[in-house]
Design a protein around this ligand. Structure first.
Ligand SMILES: [Zn+2]
Length: 420
């Protein structure tokens, strides 16, 4: 397309949160050419002529969220199983994420063969929905995690040699990451994950771990893990591990919403009747959550106190890692089970990160710029600046004053186009 006929859109009178952590600016204008931001014009700039000009009336614009720990295709109605995994279900869920302002997702280790052609379409911007990144088929343990219901494509190597061969098979499909489950029962042996990490790095692929215990986190960081994809939830993280994470640039995704879902439905969470929540759920799930049976089951859960303790330790650890300047990104484990709704969970996660004591502007950076950095897509995604994709959401209200305003989505734009 030549410049002469390229559509230009000027969006004016915007309060801009650019994702980088910069102070929000009022009265900004954004010039979009095709799918890209051509210029960010501060208040008082001489405005260029454009094909169309939109006055946003002072609404806030911020980058779309990057959720770097999700699952696709598994949930349908009240079930979570590989039997639900179809191209139509994956596409539908990518649309739901985008509708909720989540512009990029990484599915961590529960995918099936059809994900790779879809991922390739996504990279060419011809898939629709949220941008798709995938760890393909993850690495678990025979008789341990993840559950067999997630499908037979998951590798469960018994020896380091098998692990190396499995990584090579997966690497041929060019996954965006490799996922390992470490903390089930039985736990993954260190010789197995060492073999996976070493071979993945030889193939130039990063590795993410499902963790719970401090001891595993410490060993994984020592052995070169790139991403801890859950909070450490048994003990407080010590300075030795913090320093090792910083030295190696390890990323950390707290998934606080998952840990809150583990006990919150014994009562009545404040969002229970919020349409933003209800509309994010699969059919039948809201009714189940509201049923006396489910609530009683949650109240009588023998593990309830332990789960609440795990959440509190996760919050303490996030606060510590944030204060120390460790790389933090946002992810939720949404889509693994029906109670972890896709889209809503991401906004709840932002709220829980703020309630952990982190500045809202910083939380937004974790959920945008840092996620893009983790996925290696900062050149076009994660912040709003000239040369980046025109991917953003328009909000009613300022999320820096109240992070829950990220839920007041007026419009979602992707590739320079307002989505339906
Ligand atoms: Zn997960």
């Amino acid at each position: 397309m030549s410049c002469a006929v390229m559509a230009q859109t000027l969006i004016k009178n915007v309060r801009l949160i650019d994702g980088s952590g910069n102070t929000p600016q009022s009265n900004v204008s954004i010039l979009i050419k095709a799918d890209t931001i051509a210029a960010i014009l501060p208040a008082g700039s001489k405005l260029p002529a454009a094909t169309q000009t939109l006055d946003m009336g002072g609404s806030t614009i911020m980058p779309l969220l990057v959720s770097a720990h999700t699952h696709l295709g598994l949930i349908k109605g009240n079930t979570s199983t590989a039997a639900n995994y179809t191209e139509a279900n994956v596409r539908r869920q990518l649309q739901q994420y985008l509708h909720y302002g989540v512009g990029t997702v990484m599915a961590l280790g529960t995918d099936h063969p059809l994900i790779f052609p879809l991922r390739d379409l996504s990279r060419k911007d011809s898939l629709g929905g949220a941008r798709l990144f995938t760890a393909g088929y993850g690495f678990g343990v025979q008789g341990g995690v993840p559950p067999d219901a997630f499908g037979a494509d998951i590798f469960r190597p018994n020896t380091p040699a098998e692990a190396v061969a499995d990584v090579q098979k997966l690497a041929a499909l060019h996954p965006d990451f490799i996922k390992i489950w470490v903390d089930g029962n039985p736990r993954m042996q260190p010789v197995i994950y060492q073999a996976i990490i070493n071979e993945a790095h030889k193939q130039n692929i990063k590795v993410a771990a499902h963790v719970f215990y401090l001891e595993d986190a410490r060993n994984l960081v020592k052995d070169g893990i790139d991403l801890l994809a859950h909070s450490v939830r048994d003990k407080e993280i010590d300075n030795a591990l913090i320093n090792d994470m910083k030295a190696k640039g390890v990323f950390y995704i707290p998934t606080l919403s998952l840990d809150e879902y583990n006990f919150i439905y014994a009562g009545q969470p404040v969002w229970m009747n919020d349409p933003f929540f209800i509309n994010s759920l699969e059919p039948g799930v809201w009714k189940m959550l509201n049923s006396d049976d489910y609530r009683a089951q949650q109240q009588q859960d023998q593990q309830r106190d332990a789960k609440m303790r795990a959440f509190i330790i996760a919050v303490t650890n996030l606060h510590k890692l944030d204060s120390a300047g460790v790389n933090i990104a946002m992810g939720t484990d949404s889509g693994a089970f029906p109670v972890r709704a896709q889209g809503f969970s991401e906004h709840l996660e932002l709220q829980l990160m703020v309630e952990a004591g982190i500045n809202p502007l910083k939380v937004i950076t974790y959920a945008t710029a840092n996620g893009a950095r983790l996925l290696g897509i900062s050149s076009y995604e994660g912040t709003l600046a000239a040369g980046k994709k025109a991917d953003f959401m328009v909000l009613d209200g300022d999320p820096v004053t109240d992070i829950k305003n990220t839920r007041n989505i007026i419009a979602v734009w992707k590739n320079g186009k307002k989505q339906d």
